[in-house]
Structures are given as structure tokens and as C-alpha cells.
Design a protein around this ligand. Structure first.
Ligand SMILES: Cc1cc2nc3c(=O)[nH]c(=O)nc-3n(C[C@H](O)[C@H](O)[C@H](O)COP(=O)(O)O)c2cc1C
Length: 259
């Protein structure tokens, strides 16, 4: 039995966390330690030595989010086996998984397995649902099986790096921000939960809610957290993307597994 599973994730809307936890269940580790890189603090400075790592992040425009890369900097290993996961909103994962592979190797992890799973798209709304309900029960079953397969690979001392779909050089990074979700003052109770969950720390709540759009990563965590539906992101740029996603990416995709 695997002794410790180290779950390292950046997960603004929670799907990367759900799937990495599902994989850990399949690993049947005795202990599970969470390293949540989603919030601005705390940041981790540590060297992992014993067990297996599961490293998970969403796909942002075919790449790994910059905030994940920054916060992952403090975590290193000396050859710990690692299972990599990206979550994407049923469009494409493009070069995100090979980018995650490359950064994990630089950080000293021994990549033995990788998977791309589907999560409800960050931009999904009730009016324009995109990959709603993902990951679903079938995805979670696959995640547990994937974890079991990863554990079996480690147990037979097979530490081979699997082939992973994606290109190097990676596709050009798209600059995020400049526009951000907005608050409807008539619905807002100033509870501050939007600010508390913002991975970029760009929301300030006093007698109104101020959002500093320039550094917004457009993750929509603030929208999904708000029980009063006071936060919305209806900028034409985002609405256009929703229409495109609904038109072109409505057929549910299956997770891709690399072992
Ligand atoms: C800025 C941004 C860019 C995204 N780019 C992609 C993409 O290129 N392909 C895709 O299928 N989904 C994309 N998504 C959707 C997320 O990858 C997806 O919703 C994921 O499940 C979110 O993970 P989380 O719940 O752990 O935050 C994007 C989301 C955001 C906010």
C-alpha cells in the first residue's frame, strides 16, 4: 500500500481538486496531504521525499495557469513518482499536460502517469451551460481506476515516462485580465466570500465591492461562490466565447489517460 499521497492542486472552481481526490482514493494511500495552491496565501516551501504526488491544475487557453506555475515553484522533490492531471472545460487541453509534465520534471518529480479530465467550464452559466455536471460519476470511476493503475505501476517499479499528447513549443500564452466579473449592488450582501475565494486577491470588500480587473485571471470562482448571484461575467468577450463553446464543444468528451 502507498503510504502518503501528496495532493498538489490549483483549483479555483474545484474540479481539479475533485478529480485529484478521486485519483488519490484509487491509490488507496494511507495518508493524504493537501497542498492547495489556489489562494494567494499560504505559499509552500518544501521538499517532498516520501510517497506519491498527484499534481492537478485547470487548462487555461491550452496552457497551465501562470498562478499555478508561480505557486508550484516552492515545491520540489527528489525523484518522487508523480501522477499529473489537467481539467478542461470540454474544448481541448492542447499543450497544458506536456507543459505540466515539463515543469514537474524540472521540480524533481518522476512523472509516471498523466490524465486530462473534463470539468464544468468556468464560463458556464445556467443560461449557457457548458460541460455542466462534469466531473460526473463515470469520470470519478475513471479517476479511481487511474489511481489504481498508477499505484500498480509504481508497485512493479515501472517509473517510465508515458507519451503525452501536446506540442513543444507550447501554444502562445494568452494574456488574461483587463475585464473581470462585476457585482450587482442590489443583490450583494457584502459578505466578502467573493474576495475570500479569489485566487488573484483582486477583490476588496468594504461598503462596496471593488474588483481590480487588470490582474483578474477570469477563473469565475467569485461567481460560483456567490449564493446571491450578485457576481456575473457578461462582458461581450466572454459571452462570445460561451456561444462558441456551446456551438462547437457540446458533445461530451472522455478523459484521456497516459500510463
Ligand atoms: C481563463 C480560462 C481559460 C480556459 N481555457 C480552457 C481551454 O483552453 N480549454 C478548455 O477546454 N477549457 C478551458 N477553460 C475551462 C477550465 O479549464 C475548466 O472549467 C476547469 O474544469 C476548471 O478547473 P477548476 O474547477 O479546478 O478551477 C478555461 C477557463 C478559464 C477561466
Amino acid at each position: 500500500m502507498m503510504r502518503t499521497a501528496h495532493l498538489i492542486y490549483f483549483s479555483p472552481t474545484g474540479t481539479s481538486k475533485i478529480i485529484s481526490t478521486g485519483i488519490a482514493r484509487g491509490l488507496a494511500a494511507k495518508n493524504i496531504t493537501h497542498y492547495d495552491l489556489t489562494r494567494p496565501n499560504p505559499s509552500f516551501e518544501l521538499v517532498l521525499t516520501d510517497g506519491v504526488a498527484i499534481i492537478a491544475t485547470p487548462v487555461y487557453a491550452g496552457r497551465v495557469p501562470e498562478l499555478f506555475l508561480q505557486r508550484f515553484q516552492g515545491i520540489t522533490s527528489k525523484g518522487m513518482p508523480a501522477i499529473l492531471v489537467v481539467l478542461y472545460g470540454n474544448r481541448e487541453f492542447e499543450d497544458a499536460l506536456v507543459e505540466l509534465r515539463d515543469v514537474s520534471i524540472v521540480k524533481g518529480f518522476n512523472v509516471i502517469a498523466a490524465g486530462a479530465f473534463i470539468g464544468e467550464h468556468s464560463y458556464s452559466t445556467r443560461a449557457r451551460p457548458i460541460a455542466v455536471g462534469r466531473p460526473n460519476a463515470e469520470d470519478l470511476k475513471l479517476a479511481a481506476r487511474f489511481g489504481k493503475q498508477g499505484a500498480a505501476k509504481i508497485e512493479r517499479n515501472d517509473f517510465n515516462l508515458p507519451g503525452i499528447d501536446g506540442n513543444v513549443p507550447y501554444k502562445k500564452r494568452i494574456q488574461l485580465g483587463g475585464v473581470a466579473p462585476e457585482t450587482d449592488d442590489s443583490k450583494c450582501t457584502l459578505c466578502g466570500r467573493c474576495a475570500a475565494v479569489c485566487p488573484a486577491g483582486i477583490i476588496a470588500v468594504s461598503n462596496s465591492v471593488k474588483t481590480y480587473a487588470d490582474s483578474c485571471i477570469m477563473c469565475c470562482a467569485c461567481i460560483k461562490e456567490c449564493d446571491f448571484e450578485a457576481r456575473t461575467f457578461n462582458h461581450p468577450q466572454i459571452e462570445e466565447k460561451r456561444v462558441m463553446l456551446q456551438k462547437n464543444c457540446s458533445t461530451p468528451k472522455a478523459p484521456a489517460i497516459y500510463l
